[in-house]
Design a protein around this ligand. Structure first.
Ligand SMILES: Nc1nc2c(ncn2[C@@H]2O[C@H](COP(=O)(O)OP(=O)(O)OP(=O)(O)O)[C@@H](O)[C@H]2O)c(=O)[nH]1
Length: 446
């Protein structure tokens, strides 16, 4: 028997209060700032990474003369990453603090790997920006060719509002308070210009490789004497969980489709993340694009069957009364009473990276929206924007440079505006296998 929407929301809120709030976190920062070391050490100290695994990493990294990378290896697991000592792919892990459960997306800081970072940032609720306190290193990261600025602006552009800035490697500058403050003073105005609310940005001093002020509070006199604030994990534990759009209509972009094989889970198995709304067994769902629909026979959350699921959950629903051919990766499941509208063109604010070809009006691109990949065309370049302030630099530019705004045309695709459904509005633009731009949809034309 169907349960009312209100009852499901009420029940979910009750469970949420009893359990830990879930947050996805992306770790960004200039190459070698210490991102992997920091997260590897946090995972180890929180018990997510066992002593055995860590000892194995220590031994293996010593063997090839890179013992300083032992903690980073917890996350940098591919052979190439280990040999080069840089992070290439987005590593996914999870860990929990006393009140929060995190999905961790470790992003590579190396220039060549920015596209990988975007897919991490596009899924993140909060970001941790690691900067290197060493004289010259912070300046290189924060300089025009460094990634500190670019990453901060990128995560903000992709909708991340809460930021923790970890000022790392303070051991290498004798935990100098003046150096920490100098870095904070340099970053703060820049982050505000990027659009961060300063009350949602925290600065935390630390020495990741020594484990100083990561999980436990500062223990060294040089740091303790001037810093009485929270440790990195204390701050993580107070991050606000994302507001789940429970009362908005169901939106579930499809990431996988397969044939349900068991008696309980028969029909068409459809996997994806619920971006907004609620689904329960017995619901009729429409697949957009198209006008086919199916009835939910079973729901699985974390491989366990469930009577219902709400926004934020990664689920598999089994649909009856629909042909597998009608459901595609990139389709969106929604209620027949309020389906996603197909847009004919959209206005997006994007950040442009370093495309191999100039982005001019008429350029064909692939538009990535969750797992959908749609052929699209840039139909008009509206303006280029100032990277830091967002104000218009030039109207109707001929070519797009970094930090530009563009109109992208795509036909018959379900996308929504950022102001009505944040999660449905994040896009990436790719050309020839390269991500050339990323951003959010401001307006759609139906
Ligand atoms: N002195 C000092 N060195 C550190 C600290 N944290 C990291 N390092 C060193 O900095 C180097 C880079 O560390 P990683 O953790 O690989 O840096 P990363 O930011 O993950 O690098 P990419 O993934 O390549 O962008 C390694 O040699 C670390 O041992 C620290 O707190 N103090």
């Amino acid at each position: 028997m169907a349960i009312s929407h209100e009852r499901i929301v009420e029940e979910f809120r009750k469970r949420e209060k009893e359990g830990k709030a879930e947050i996805s976190l992306v770790v960004v920062g200039h190459v070698d700032a210490g991102k992997s070391t920091l997260m590897g050490r946090i995972l180890h100290e929180l018990g997510t990474l066992s002593d055995r695994e860590h000892t194995a990493n220590e031994r293996a990294s010593q063997k090839i003369g890179k013992s300083s990378f032992a903690y980073a290896w917890a996350l940098d697991s591919s052979e190439e990453e280990r040999a080069r000592g840089v992070t290439i792919d987005i590593a996914q892990d999870s860990f929990s603090t006393p009140h929060r459960q995190f999905t961790l997306l470790d992003a590579p800081g190396h220039r060549d790997f920015i596209p990988n970072m975007i897919s991490g940032a596009a899924q993140a609720d909060c970001a941790l920006l690691v900067v290197d306190a060493v004289k010259g290193a912070f300046e290189a990261g924060f300089g025009p060719n460094g990634q500190t600025r670019e990453h901060a602006l990128l995560v903000r552009s992709l909708g991340v509002q809460q930021l923790i800035v970890v000022v790392n490697k303070l051991d290498a500058v004798d935990y100098d308070q003046a150096r920490f403050e100098e870095i904070v003073m340099a970053l703060k105005p820049f982050l505000v210009k990027c659009g961060f609310d300063s009350s949602k940005v925290n600065f935390v001093p630390c020495g990741a490789s020594a484990g100083e002020n990561l999980v436990r509070n500062a223990s060294r006199e040089e740091l303790k004497s001037w810093y009485k604030g929270p440790s990195v994990t204390d701050v993580l534990d107070t991050l606000e969980p994302p507001a789940r759009q429970l009362d908005a209509p169901l939106r579930m972009p499809v990431t996988n489709v397969f044939k349900g094989q068991t008696a309980v889970a028969s029909g068409v198995g459809v996997t994806g993340r619920i971006l907004s709304g609620v689904v329960q067994i017995g619901d009729r769902l429409r697949v957009v694009p198209g006008d086919e629909s199916g009835v939910v026979r079973a729901i699985e959350v974390d491989n366990e069957s469930a009577p219902w699921a709400v926004a934020g959950a990664n689920v598999t629903v089994f649909l009856a009364g629909i042909d597998q051919i009608q459901v595609n990766v990139g389709s969106v499941l929604c209620p027949p009473s309020s389906p996603v509208q197909l847009c004919t063109s959209l206005l997006a604010q994007v950040i442009v990276f370093e495309p191999n070809y100039p982005l001019v009006a008429g350029t064909s691109v692939e538009l990535f929206h969750h797992s959908a990949n749609i052929p699209a065309t840039l139909i008009e370049l509206v303006a280029t924007l100032d990277k830091a302030s967002g104000s218009t630099l030039k109207k109707k530019p001929r070519v797009l440079s970094k930090g530009s705004s563009a109109i992208v045309r795509s036909l018959g695709y379900p996308i929504e505006e950022f102001k009505s459904n944040k999660e449905m509005a994040r896009i990436l633009l790719r050309m020839g296998g390269e991500t050339v731009a990323a951003g959010i949809v401001l307006e759609v034309v139906k």
